[in-house]
Design a protein around this ligand. Structure first.
Ligand SMILES: C[S@@+](CC[C@H](N)C(=O)[O-])C[C@H]1O[C@@H](n2cnc3c(N)ncnc32)[C@H](O)[C@@H]1O
Length: 226
């Protein structure tokens, strides 16, 4: 298991998980084999990845605890009794479309813990979560190979989250600079902000360009002191 998926596993809180877009089924197999959950649903929209997950489940003798489901997002995934849903390794827009299409998600009592790891468009996903009553409760950065990811833990409250949906939240989420991975994530976001500010300036949006530039500078200055 790579560090990115281990980070996802570490943000699960309950005993019955669903992994959406499971591909080889590594996460559900790891979590059940290690006793981190009792049962898992390995779900994917495409038959070939699911065949690979089935093979992995059988090889590890986990067939009685990990069930495969062919499903577009959460469409065919039974939510009853689920404690956690992991959606990792996909674009932020696809993750939000999967959440948006599942209206039952908002009715789950107790709320289902969502663990989300976007590869792109983290700002779009964070904004959508904020606007749609999902509070992010934790966010862990993770360096894996050449990349630095952020893994979000969130659930539906139906209320406005207790933090602002400002530029810092959109780019950095709740990532803290207290670890090497956190500092690296924030440094990369500062570089992205600086690059994006040039694009905004070129398109004539000088106000946003200035705000982006200022946040990039603030992040770089505070990171140079840690
Ligand atoms: C890049 S893999 C990520 C695998 C694993 N979750 C990880 O993070 O390493 C993306 C997987 O998501 C699946 N997928 C794409 N769109 C999906 C959807 N709408 N619903 C379920 N699975 C989807 C793909 O078939 C593929 O197996």
């Amino acid at each position: 298991m790579d560090k990115r998926l281990l980070t996802c596993a570490s943000l699960c809180v309950g005993r019955h998980i669903a992994d959406i877009g499971t591909d080889h089924g590594y996460l559900p197999c790891y979590m059940t084999a290690e006793g981190l959950c009792d049962t898992a649903l390995a779900c994917d929209t495409a038959p070939m990845p699911l065949d690979s997950a089935r093979k992995h489940i059988a090889e590890n003798g986990l067939g009685d605890r990990v069930r495969c489901i062919l499903s577009d997002g959460l469409e065919k995934v039974p939510l009853e009794g689920l404690s956690d849903i992991v959606i990792a390794g996909m674009g932020g827009e696809l993750i939000l479309r999967i959440l948006e299409s599942c209206t039952k998600l908002k009715n789950a009592v107790p709320p289902i813990n969502l663990v989300l790891q976007p590869m792109t468009k983290w700002d779009t996903l964070r904004s959508w979560l904020y606007e749609n009553g999902f509070t992010v409760t934790a966010e862990l950065p993770c360096i894996s190979g050449r990349f630095v990811y952020s893994v979000m833990q969130t659930h539906y409250t139906g209320e406005t989250p207790p933090y602002a949906c400002d530029l810092r939240y959109l780019y950095c989420g709740l990532v803290s600079p207290d670890s090497k991975d956190g500092r690296e994530y924030l440094l990369r976001q500062a570089k992205r902000l600086a690059a994006a500010s040039k694009g905004k300036a070129a398109s004539g949006d000088h106000e946003t360009a200035c705000a982006m530039q200022a946040l990039a500078a603030e992040l770089e200055t505070s990171l140079s002191h840690t």
